[in-house]
Structures are given as C-alpha cells and as structure tokens.
Design a protein around this ligand. Structure first.
Ligand code: IMP
Ligand code: MG
Length: 167
C-alpha cells in the first residue's frame, strides 16, 4: 500500500502535532457553547477520531454520509440525505471534512452550519467560493490519499498522507 505512493506529504507525527493545535483552537472557541460536530463520511472518519479525542468539551457527535467524488474527479454533484441529520436547533455546528477541494461539498452542506474544519485544503481556484474556518494543512492541487482519504475507497487506513503514483 505504501509502495503505491509517489511521495509522502505528512508523516504521522506531523499530523498529530497539527491536530494538537487545531484541537486547542477549537476547544477555546467553543468553550461554554452547545457544540454539535457533524463528521462528513467516509473521508473525515480517522481525522475526526483523532481530533475529537483532543477536544475536552461536552460536544455531541453525528455523521453525515456525503458523496461527490468518483475516482480522482469531483462529479460536482453532492448527494446526502438531510433526514439523517440530528436536530440542530439551538446548537453550534462544526462540520468536519477531510479536504477542501472544489468546494461543492461545503457549499451544499454549509447552510446548516456555523463553521467548518478540514484537515487539508487544496490551494487552487475553486468551483465554488467557499472557505473553511479551521484548516490543518494547505497542499498543492494534487490527488492525495491516506489518513481517511481514499482512491476508489482504498488507502483510507494509511497512517500518512501522500500523493498516489500516477500508474
Ligand atoms: P469538494 O467537494 O470538491 O470540495 O471535495 C470534497 C471531497 O472530495 C472530500 O470530502 C473528498 O472525499 C474528495 N476529495 C477531494 N480531493 C481529494 C483528494 O485529493 N484525495 C481524496 N479525496 C479527495
Ligand atoms: Mg472521498
């Protein structure tokens, strides 16, 4: 699996160190507030588990299954079932996603939300003008896998984040 990577962008230790500061920021910002975190599945699963165990707040956690990617391209069509969302009235909502790419996912889901947090943000011209409020790392516009990110549902369980070899 690791042999399929062209290069590693972030090693385990670097991701862990960045999560420490991201979690500290979120903890300070939401102290005393009724926070519901909505993790966008499947990509944010591993990020969510590691990040939220560093956030000592009485938060509520729920998940939303959202799809937009097929292979290495965004279809531009974001699908999710709003009925699977919990009651968010009077709650501060933080959306968690693995990566901000074209922006389709965050613009479709964000009207429900106050803020959003992504582990990775691609530096590129987005299809939709949307920004994330918390960002782990900025990366070049390359297709990455690992630490929850997939290529056709594979490589999510890599401990590092890397760029997949072309072939
Ligand atoms: P957006 O809707 O284009 O902003 O992209 C968000 C979704 O696309 C993420 O939740 C990922 O599932 C997927 N995605 C975008 N870029 C990559 C990548 O480089 N590797 C793996 N998945 C990606
Ligand atoms: Mg994906």
């Amino acid at each position: 699996m690791y042999g399929d990577l062209d290069k590693v962008l972030f090693e385990e230790e670097e991701i862990a160190a960045r999560l420490d500061s991201l979690a500290a920021e979120i903890t300070a910002d939401y102290h005393g507030l009724d926070l519901t975190v909505i993790a966008i599945l499947n990509g944010s699963l591993i990020f969510m588990a590691d990040l939220l165990r560093r956030v000592p707040l009485p938060l509520q956690l729920d998940c939303l299954r959202v799809r937009s990617y097929s292979g290495m391209v965004s279809t531009g069509q974001v699908t999710f079932d709003p009925q699977t969302l919990p009651d968010l009235r009077d709650r501060h909502v933080l959306l968690l996603d693995d990566i901000l790419d074209s922006g389709h996912t965050l613009t479709q889901v964000k009207p429900l939300s106050v803020r959003s947090c992504v582990l990775l943000r691609k530096l590129k011209q987005r299809a939709r003008p949307v920004e994330a409020d918390y960002v782990g790392f900025d990366i070049q516009d390359e297709f990455v896998v690992g630490y929850g990110l997939d290529y056709n549902e594979k490589y999510r369980n890599l401990s590092v984040i890397g760029v997949l070899r072309q072939e």
